[in-house]
Design a protein around this ligand. Sequence first.
Ligand code: NAD
Ligand code: LMR
Length: 342
Amino acid sequence: FAARQATSSVFGAVQRRAFSASAANATKVAVLGAAGGIGQPLSLLLKLNPRVSELALYDIKGAPGVAADISHINTKSVVKGYEASAEGIKECLSGAEIVLIPAGVPRKPGMTRDDLFNTNASIVRDLAKAAAESSPDANILIISNPVNSTVPITAEVFKKAGVYNPKRLFGVTTLDVVRASRFISQLKSTDPANENITVIGGHSGATIVPLLSQSGYTLEGAERDEYVKRVQFGGDEVVQAKGGAGSATLSMAMAGARFAESLLKAAQGQKGVIEPTFVDSPLYKDQGVTYFASNVELGPNGVEKIHPVGKLTEHEQSLLEVCLKDLKGNIEKGEKFAKDNL
Ligand code: NAD
Ligand code: LMR
């Protein structure tokens, strides 16, 4: 249901032409990595969102060109692209309410998301430093992989700068929900727009745990195992199919735009906006897992309420146990990087 609402409000806006449903508040949204495979379609979708009044695009190359192109779209928001420089990123971030970060390298076949760590950890660290300085109160949405580690890195950067607010930092795991919902609709011949499967844990392989039982579905045996594997390794399906040309970009842009839209709706007063997202979470802290994705109610202050995972089947419980073990290692790796490199 949430998926249908988010998608229809973005695409409905295109069809309405008048765009009179303008945002109640002026909202600046920044995209860092805006000229990339995700960044471009994500920026396009944000330009179509009437809740966005200003779109600020930054990349190490090409952001002004993307901005010039998108700025011709006949929606009200103002679009500006920034050159790669200390001044450019500062201006881009200043006054932003939402900062989406899809900057960094994507996978090639044969790689895990963790193989991206060496390159992307420092990219995210540097962008997080800029955000901590120029937009310390913004909602920070981390897309760059490995999300299970880049979110803790961002938190450490904000802590070091003395501006960490756990309610404003989100690892974007929406694509897992989108996939889990689409894949069950294919098995059950339902309308995917009406599916909203909760996915908990993190964003890589075994840390991705879909909770079918909470949507009233029961799959058994090979069918269940194949479904879970497809959700956990949906990213690999795209990486293989692109054959070295990167990973999911278009579906990720949709997922990122949906999450941003949910945050904007919540910030503008809508109640009951719930999305699974990877946040600083109390749920499994006693097991040393300090960040965890579960259903989170969003509000004007970012995280409003972190929902517990709820009732699980025995099989889902066993998936969760594997998830927690892997997740702990991913989080600790990010924290160690921050300790050694900040
Ligand atoms: P891409 O290579 O097409 O684009 C990345 C962009 O980041 C490029 O334009 C590049 O110039 C820019 N960039 C690199 N360093 C930068 C810096 N320091 N500052 C600003 N911009 C910088 O890659 P992509 O396909 O868009 O994927 C980007 C990231 O998103 C990857 O790490 C990928 O694994 C991840 N991803 C995450 C999810 C998710 O569900 N969270 C889904 C898909 C992809
Ligand atoms: C995805 O889930 O598609 C992304 O995390 C990209 C990837 O590397 O699989």
